[in-house]
Design a protein around this ligand. Structure first.
Ligand SMILES: Cc1cc2nc3c(=O)[nH]c(=O)nc-3n(C[C@H](O)[C@H](O)[C@H](O)COP(=O)(O)OP(=O)(O)OC[C@H]3O[C@@H](n4cnc5c(N)ncnc54)[C@H](O)[C@@H]3O)c2cc1C
Length: 384
């Protein structure tokens, strides 16, 4: 067993860490205040090869392994969770899913432009009345000659308003439950396909989130992503990748909170000594260190399995469950170290606190991760 990062992974870490420190961390507060996403910077990241990390070079990616992909998510999460979120969605939910399930034409049309930061994509699974129970979706896709007509609404879709291509799931057979769902690729501007932005989110405010209203959206059969009726498998495979990226991002945010708290604890004097010298403060720091290291090991283990190409849903869900809860715990406790000062915009902890909350809610709530892990342990199929 080897716990060391290899030379390539160390080089990626160094490069992205420097980039984040210079270009992302100093600006994250303003993006949050303005609810604006730095598209130009994203393109720059694409040119540097740190958007399409785990995308093969033939599709304009960097051909990195999953550990390097996680390292990039970690570093982005250190500086700005909205940026990390866009990385998760563009690469893990969209590009990798098209690579796995798409036709050669679909791959060539969309993946290189997502990988090089030119365009955004989104993934529309959730609906107003179906979240955890994704197979309970109401959206339909009815066959009409060589086309499909998609109708329904998607809710809480990251990049809804800024995506050139959207993966949407709809029922091609209402009587078959999860086996009646099919994935489609819908392009921006298709008649009847209308994004509706959602504002005033508690966190991830720099990142676009919205509804997708689909009112008789006509797409050709060539827009189908994967075979008809296999949409649920397409959707779950995407989540396997995205949960991994989210988990890695959580480590970065937790690490950033810990680093801020360590610096503060050594400078802040109370009762005649730095608060770092008070043992209850040390306890908060020690717990954070153990939490972060545990999360990192879980993420890297899942990445190791992904690199081997073996099933890893259980291990990825363990990482997602632990890291989603962990980052909330760590940021909360690092705010405790800063006391009242953590409660203002003077320190980024308040933004990290707001941004972290999403991690137990999306890509499957913590309860859904627990169900998958529990069912796996018990040998019960979780969701079909
Ligand atoms: C900012 C943001 C971005 C998002 N981005 C996307 C995106 O890009 N694409 C997309 O498709 N979706 C996206 N989502 C949606 C997200 O994935 C869902 O919100 C999530 O899956 C939970 O669904 P829900 O909100 O409908 O909650 P519900 O499913 O209604 O769950 C409510 C509560 O009930 C619990 N619960 C439900 N079923 C069970 C059960 N069987 N056992 C135990 N407890 C259960 C849940 O754990 C939760 O605590 C996003 C959400 C947000 C807030």
């Amino acid at each position: 067993m080897n716990f060391d990062l290899n030379e390539e992974q160390l080089a990626v870490q160094k490069m992205v860490r420097e980039f984040v420190a210079k270009e992302i961390t100093p600006n994250a507060k303003q993006w949050d205040l303005d609810e604006s996403f730095p598209m130009d910077l994203w393109k720059k990241m694409g040119d540097l090869g740190i958007v399409g990390t785990a995308i093969p070079e033939e599709f304009d990616g960097s051909g990195m392994d999953f550990i390097s992909h996680a390292i990039v998510a970690e570093e982005l999460g250190y500086g700005c969770s909205s940026m990390r979120g866009s990385y998760s969605v563009n690469i893990s939910l969209v590009a990798k899913t098209i690579l796995k399930w798409g036709t050669q034409e679909q791959k060539e049309k969309y993946v290189p432009r997502i990988a090089n930061g030119e365009i955004f994509g989104c993934y529309g699974l959730t609906e107003p009345d179906s979240g955890s129970d994704a197979a309970g979706m109401k959206s339909t896709a009815e066959k009409d000659g060589d086309d499909y007509i998609i109708s329904g609404n998607k809710m809480w879709i990251t990049h809804a308003d800024v995506s050139e291509v959207s993966i949407v799931f709809a029922k091609t057979d209402k009587n078959k439950g999860a086996r009646g769902i099919t994935g489609f690729l819908v392009e921006k501007g298709t008649p009847g396909f209308t994004p509706q932005p959602i504002h005033e989110k508690i966190g991830l405010r720099a990142q676009d989130t919205g509804e997708l209203i689909m009112d008789g959206v006509r797409v050709p059969k060539e827009a189908m992503l994967g075979p008809e009726g296999k949409g649920f498998a397409v959707a779950m495979s995407a989540l396997d990748n995205a949960r991994f990226t989210v988990s890695a991002g959580c480590i970065g945010t937790a690490q950033a909170a810990l680093d801020i708290a360590k610096t503060y604890a050594k400078e802040r004097m109370q009762f005649g000594k730095p608060i770092a010298a008070h043992q209850l403060v040390q306890q908060l720091i020690a717990n954070a260190v153990v939490d972060i290291e545990t999360g990192r090991l879980l993420v890297y283990r899942a990445g190791y399995l992904k690199n081997k190409g073996v099933p890893n849903t259980r291990e990825t869900c363990m990482a997602k469950y632990f890291c989603g809860e962990m980052v909330n715990r760590v940021v909360y406790n690092m705010m405790q170290v800063l006391g009242g000062y953590s409660f203002s915009g003077e320190y980024p902890l308040e933004r990290m606190y707001r941004d972290s909350r999403i991690n137990t809610l999306y890509e499957g709530t913590s309860q859904i991760q627990q169900l998958i892990i529990g069912n796996s342990e018990l040998g019960i199929p979780a969701f079909e």
